[in-house]
Design a binder for this molecule. Structure first.
Ligand SMILES: Cc1cc2nc3c(=O)[nH]c(=O)nc-3n(C[C@H](O)[C@H](O)[C@H](O)COP(=O)(O)OP(=O)(O)OC[C@H]3O[C@@H](n4cnc5c(N)ncnc54)[C@H](O)[C@@H]3O)c2cc1C
Ligand code: SF4
Length: 804
């Protein structure tokens, strides 16, 4: 049978979803060619803010990897733009002089960021926030500059602002309205959001009309219509999007704001369709994935010649998915004379709800702080449910029935992918699914923005009853596998696996090389399970750990020698001064961890600097014990009755170098005045009335957390024994890159205490830790003694793609 030739222009979320649906219906029916201007396979644009925040790499947000195209016999041309369509001859032409004939053509060209038409927008340092290239640009700027301005206080602008804050920039968000997300939130919710985000460090300039981008060739700031100016080295325009329709216009395909389509996504040119953000349906152009996926499904059926329901438009809902703020809105959100409301505000818990009713029907809702009810409300709004139905459902919840239990089967759980409660329950029951990840793999629920994960977990609980355990929910360690951390460690132990590649091949990784998430994690887990035999794989480590120095924004490195307990002497200081002079070290800085950081060392000078210093590495770059900060204690302080420096030095000497899931900081203060800040360390010790209190799980970084009291002991030896057990228990049970502050909350302080209080456990944990400590050597010395390491790493640095 002759296959139908399908050409898709635009390798983005909507177009590729339509192809997926077509392949589900008629797998071997089409000869498919896809053109994409971007150089990547189809990725989840929704998660770009995560890439910007530095949590996630491009590999991790890929939706359809290269193999998928190959396996489905799709000819993919990336980095190639279609420049013209001859709709009479049914041929498309690309900027690489390629001509491809089609039987059916799908336009899915998406949108372009809207750039304000004001003077100065062409200056260097102005960007939109639409694709990976924009993220890379922002990340690059954050290395060089400090101040960013985001124009636009909508969803996109706030996501960009959060990302830039995480990249260490100061961020002003400029918004025309007096209210953030003013098209999705009512004024009350908007003010709550503003307060929350101000607490996170965002600065808002509301009611401001940007008139000009100022500067010479590069952006230096913004000027507003009221004459006020602010400084900025980077300007992100997040003021909206406009459908990408130039190609359609040039090819005489009818457009209005978008490419005009009917209820079957057909343009009025034979065999030419449009889906996604470039399409205009019944006068509406959509900018969220849920309606675009619905359109894709309708079009797939049309192209496959299957009778299906027409697309009749979508009620939109919005969920903010960054910044740790839960916000939901759908339908009508502004009150007027005809509307009534059901409102609640809980100042203590920081939650707000406003449900809008007109003629007894639910027509819109805004939720802040607790968005669990969001999908239920969306379905009430979609079907214009009677308010009594909503109130009945609420009563059911109050009586103890879970929210998902009261939902009807046709209610949508995953708004992005249109997956209903019935679909999920059926998949759980028929396929024996037990985890959110399995449900995602099977039904696509939670595959896009992830906002419905907790509802999926509730549905699993509700369907499986006692057989389901929330705490046993296993997230795969990355997208190369479905196995969780616990599964992988169990397999490493059982099958005696000894190398990252062996793990990947034996456990059926979907990629041959792994990714930047799993490679360092596997390297850690293998070393933790088998410390005596495992040979650390430097190439699987992040660049700082591989080079044993911290790379700086100008490409030079910083060198931090160890100063046990923050105590030094004149010989060390003289040596550091001499080395700084000899290698023209431009900056010497005393760190928060009580030691000296030598900034601006050239990569090729690193080994020479280490040799001349002749001091151990301070591991300022490592996922290991960083420093033990100490107060001066009984030696000099009139309040101190205990030897905090002595204990700090003993702890640092004992526990240095061994790998931990994330960095680990300690401190010892000799009295509750706590001059060494023991209350915000992974493990902090405080002297009290002839005893030591041990605090755990503290964090003084972005996610500030006060440490919890673990226990009180009499002697320094006991502190060291408890610390060893605690340290090893964290090594053995935490997920790679999980700080103790998160781990303590996940495990529960009581359960950790129960393990550590048990004498036998303490002995065994310390034995295993001592084994791991016994084989470690100073990495600077190791490098100096190895010609191979010196040649491979310090003469030319190779950074494997994807590992930052
Ligand atoms: C940072 C960010 C956060 C978002 N968050 C959410 C969210 O939380 N929830 C939500 O529902 N939506 C969200 N969205 C919107 C969502 O990502 C889009 O609605 C969706 O990606 C649109 O899909 P599309 O296929 O229509 O367009 P796109 O994904 O933009 O794909 C279009 C592709 O076509 C290519 N193209 C264009 N012209 C040509 C040509 N002539 N030849 C070849 N290729 C071409 C483009 O380069 C592009 O790769 C977000 C978007 C961004 C940028
Ligand atoms: S913590 Fe107490 S003992 Fe230590 S320096 Fe401060 S006041 Fe002195």
């Amino acid at each position: 049978m002759l296959k139908q030739k399908i050409v898709l222009i635009g390798n983005g979320m909507a177009g590729v979803r339509c192809i997926e649906e077509m392949l589900k219906i008629q797998p071997n029916h089409f000869e498919i060619t896809i053109f994409g201007s971007e150089p990547h396979p189809n990725y989840n644009r929704i998660l770009l803010s995560k890439v910007l925040q530095g949590d996630t790499t491009i590999d991790d947000i890929t939706l359809n990897d290269w193999n998928w195209y190959e396996e489905n016999g799709i000819q993919l041309y990336t980095g190639e733009t279609v420049t013209h369509i001859d709709t009479a001859k049914q041929v498309v032409y690309s900027d690489k002089n390629r001509e491809v004939r089609y039987d059916q053509l799908i336009l899915a060209t998406g949108s372009l960021p809207f750039i304000l038409p004001i003077p100065g927008v062409d200056k260097e340092g102005v960007t939109g926030f639409r694709d990976i290239q924009d993220c890379e640009k922002m990340m690059e700027y954050s290395n060089k500059y400090k101040k960013a301005a985001v124009i636009g206080g909508g969803l996109l602008g706030l996501e960009a602002a959060r990302g830039l804050l995480d990249l260490g920039m100061e961020v002003d968000v400029v918004h025309l309205s007096d209210y953030l997300m003013d098209r999705q939130l009512d004024p009350a919710a908007s003010k709550l959001l503003q307060k929350e985000l101000e607490g996170q460090g965002m600065n808002f300039l509301l009611g401001k009309n940007t008139q000009e981008v100022i500067g010479n060739t590069h952006v230096e700031g913004l000027r507003f219509s009221d004459g006020e100016e602010i400084k900025a080295d980077l300007v992100v325009m997040a003021v909206g999007i406009k459908p990408h329709i130039q190609l359609a216009i040039d090819s005489e395909i009818p457009v209005n704001r978008g490419i005009i389509v009917n209820d079957y996504m057909e343009t009025n040119i034979p065999n030419v369709y449009a889906v996604g953000e470039c399409a205009e349906h019944r006068g509406v152009v959509y900018g969220l994935v849920a309606p675009l996926y619905e359109q894709g499904k309708v079009l797939a059926k049309r192209i496959c010649g299957i009778e299906g329901d027409p697309y009749e438009g979508t009620v939109l809902s919005t969920q903010l998915k960054v910044s740790g703020v839960d916000v939901f809105s759908a339908g009508e959100i502004f009150e007027n004379e005809q509307t009534k409301t059901i409102k609640s505000f809980n100042d203590w818990e920081g939650t707000y709800k406003n449900v809008l009713i007109q003629d007894g029907k639910i027509i819109g809702a805004v939720l802040f702080g607790d968005t669990k009810e969001g999908n239920k409300l969306l379905s009430f709004i979609n079907k214009r449910a009677d308010v009594t139905e909503y109130l009945e459902a609420e009563k059911g919840e109050e009586a103890g029935a879970s929210l998902v239990a009261t939902m009807p089967n046709e209610e949508i759980i995953c708004g992005c992918n249109g997956v209903t409660k019935g679909d999920i329950v059926q998949a759980i029951e028929s396929q024996g699914l037990t985890s959110v990840e399995e449900v995602k793999g099977c039904t696509s629920a939670s595959r896009s923005c992830g906002g419905c994960k907790s509802l999926v977990a509730d549905l699993l609980e509700c369907t499986l009853g006692d057989a389901f355990s929330k705490s046993n929910q296993k997230e795969p360690i990355c997208s190369c596998t479905t196995l969780s951390r616990d599964d992988v460690i169990a397999e490493i132990r059982e099958k005696n696996l000894t190398h990252t590649r062996e793990v990947m091949s034996v456990l059926g990784w979907t990629t041959s090389e792994g990714c930047s998430k799993c490679r360092p994690a596997l390297n850690y887990y293998l070393g933790m399970v088998n410390p005596l035999e495992y040979k650390d794989e430097r190439e699987s480590r992040y660049v700082n750990e591989r080079l044993h120095a911290n790379i700086q924004k100008d490409g030079t490195f910083s060198v931090v020698p160890r100063m046990y307990g923050g105590v030094t002497n004149s010989d060390q200081l003289r040596k550091i001064a001499d080395v700084a002079d000899k290698y023209n070290v431009p900056l010497l800085k005393v760190t928060g961890g009580q030691r000296i950081d030598m900034f601006g060392v050239k990569k090729e000078d690193l080994p020479k600097v280490w040799a001349d210093l002749d001091m151990p590495s301070g591991y300022a770059y490592g996922k290991t014990l960083r420093t033990v900060k100490t107060c001066v204690g009984e030696s000099f302080c009139r309040f101190g009755t205990q030897d905090s420096m002595g204990l700090g030095i003993a702890l640092e000497k004992k526990f240095e170098r061994v790998g931990t899931p994330h960095k680990f900081k300690m401190a010892v203060s000799a009295c509750p005045r706590n001059c060494a800040e023991s209350g915000i360390k992974d493990l902090g010790v405080v002297g009290v009335d002839g005893a030591w209190e041990i605090y755990v799980g503290g964090n003084g970084g972005t996610h500030l957390r006060a440490a919890d009291l673990l226990c009180k002991v009499k002697t320094s030896d006991e502190v060291i024994e408890i610390t060893g057990a605690y340290f090893q228990y964290y090594r053995e049970t935490a997920v790679y890159l999980e700080r103790t502050s998160v781990w303590v909350e996940r495990m529960g302080l009581d359960s950790i205490r129960a393990v550590i209080e048990d004498k036998q456990n303490r002995i065994e944990l310390n034995q295993r830790l001592n084994e791991a400590l016994s084989v470690l050597q100073d990495p600077w010395k190791e490098a100096l003694n190895s010609d191979r390491i010196l040649k491979d790493l310090y003469q030319s640095v190779k950074v494997p793609a994807g590992v930052k």
